[in-house]
Design a protein around this ligand. Structure first.
Ligand SMILES: Nc1ncnc2c1ncn2[C@@H]1O[C@H](COP(=O)(O)OP(=O)(O)OP(=O)(O)O)[C@@H](O)[C@H]1O
Ligand SMILES: [Mg+2]
Length: 376
């Protein structure tokens, strides 16, 4: 880079970084990141595009500088073609004096404000591209400068760390749900004990009535016995149910890690594993069992058919439960390929749960298997 940011811009960058880092809520943080970037380089418009989990399209597009009214008129958010797509395909900073003149530009949708100067910078989390910062129309100059680029690259690096941090925070909070369950179990237990005391007192009263009014004593005792039966059922379903689902959940996470580790044998290398969302608490055990069976078959398919040198397994729980197995092997089976039991079973496992199985080519060759079902 030919010039360096001066002290004033460095001060601004530092301020921006501190502002971003002070928020642990991911949505609010993304908003701040793009706002900081716009301020830092004096842009008229800014956007932060978050890539979907295939890394090939935009899943979210957060903008600054375009009012709600205009947003509505423009309609659908961009998916990441044209200029926006350049950074997705090749994740490095891009600066253009006039984005309309770039050969990949195919113009703006109707009602979109005109834009000229452009600066785009990817945001990375460790070795994954999370999304891109897009800035347009520098106010105080015709084009964005080297220094602007440098500043936004710095901001994007800080943003990457902060986003990673926020995600970790969400994970920790999800773990907190387990503690919550323990608390609920305790509370329930206490309530149940109170009920037992009440029943005990009612039995004592019945004992006093046995001689003077035997028939109402019997009626009371019968009521107390019913009450006790109910209470025992209550204990069983509430406490035992909670304990059981908790150990099942733990089991799921362990089972996934176990399968991935085992797959290293037939594959010759260990798959990369990414788990995100409340896997420990958010998946119905029926769904969990089907997921494990699907993962086992998908990994065995990669080992037997793909000739891959890399595999990634992503298990993400958000609105849905999504399992992706991505390899860099020979690519997906064609329409004429014989379908064995594996693909058929994985599809019906998904469909039984109201979900889908998709097998497509991965973004950089190989096969992408995506199994997605509701949480149950
Ligand atoms: N990850 C993959 N990479 C390349 N080809 C694959 C991959 N997964 C499946 N295939 C192809 O799809 C075909 C069907 O897979 P499927 O799991 O249904 O059957 P199978 O593995 O051959 O046999 P089975 O599952 O009954 O033991 C495979 O034979 C293989 O040609
Ligand atoms: Mg198979």
């Amino acid at each position: 880079m030919s010039s360096f940011a001066g002290p004033r811009s460095l001060r601004q960058l530092l301020d921006a970084v501190l502002t971003i880092g002070s928020d642990l809520d991911l949505a609010a943080m993304l908003e701040r990141i793009i706002q900081s970037a716009v301020g830092l380089v004096d842009a008229t418009y800014g956007a932060l595009g978050v890539l979907d989990d295939t890394g090939t399209r935009l899943a979210q597009f957060i903008t600054v500088g375009i009012d709600d009214e205009t947003h509505k008129k423009i309609g659908n958010l961009p998916e990441g073609h044209g200029i926006l797509g350049l950074l997705i395909v090749d994740a490095k900073p891009l600066r253009l004096p006039d984005l309309n003149e770039h050969p990949d530009s195919y113009g703006f949708p109707p009602n979109h404000p005109p834009m000229r100067s452009f600066l785009g910078v990817p945001i990375r989390l460790r070795d994954e591209v999370f999304g891109n910062l897009y800035l347009t129309d520098k106010k105080s100059a015709e084009v964005f400068s080297d220094v602007d680029e440098e500043l936004v690259v710095g901001l994007a690096a800080a943003a990457g760390v902060a986003i990673d941090n926020a995600r970790l925070h969400t994970k920790v909070r999800d773990l907190g749900l387990i503690e919550d369950r323990e608390r609920i179990a305790r509370d329930l237990h206490d309530t149940v004990v109170q009920r037992l005391f009440a029943t005990g007192m009612s039995l004592e009263a019945s004992a006093r009535l046995v001689r003077s009014d035997p028939s109402s004593a019997i009626a009371r005792i019968e009521l107390a016995v019913d009450d006790l039966d109910l209470t025992v059922k209550h204990i069983r379903t509430a406490i035992f149910g909670l304990e059981q689902s908790r150990s099942d959940d733990r089991h799921l996470r362990d089972q996934i890690m176990g399968l991935v580790r085992e797959a290293a044998g037939p594959l010759g290398f260990e798959p990369r594993l990414l788990m995100d969302g409340p896997i420990d608490t958010g998946i119905d055990s029926r769904v969990g069992n089907e997921l494990v069976a699907t993962l086992r078959e998908a990994l065995s398919n990669v080992a037997r058919h793909a000739q891959a040198s890399r595999v990634e397994v992503d298990v993400i729980v958000d609105g849905d439960v999504s399992l992706a197995v991505i390899d860099d092997g020979v690519g997906p089976p064609g329409p004429e390929t014989r379908r064995g039991n594996g693909l058929t079973n994985m599809t019906s496992r998904a469909e039984h749960l109201g979900g889908t199985l998709e097998i497509t080519e991965g973004s950089s060759g190989g096969t992408l298997l995506r199994w997605r079902v509701p949480k149950g």
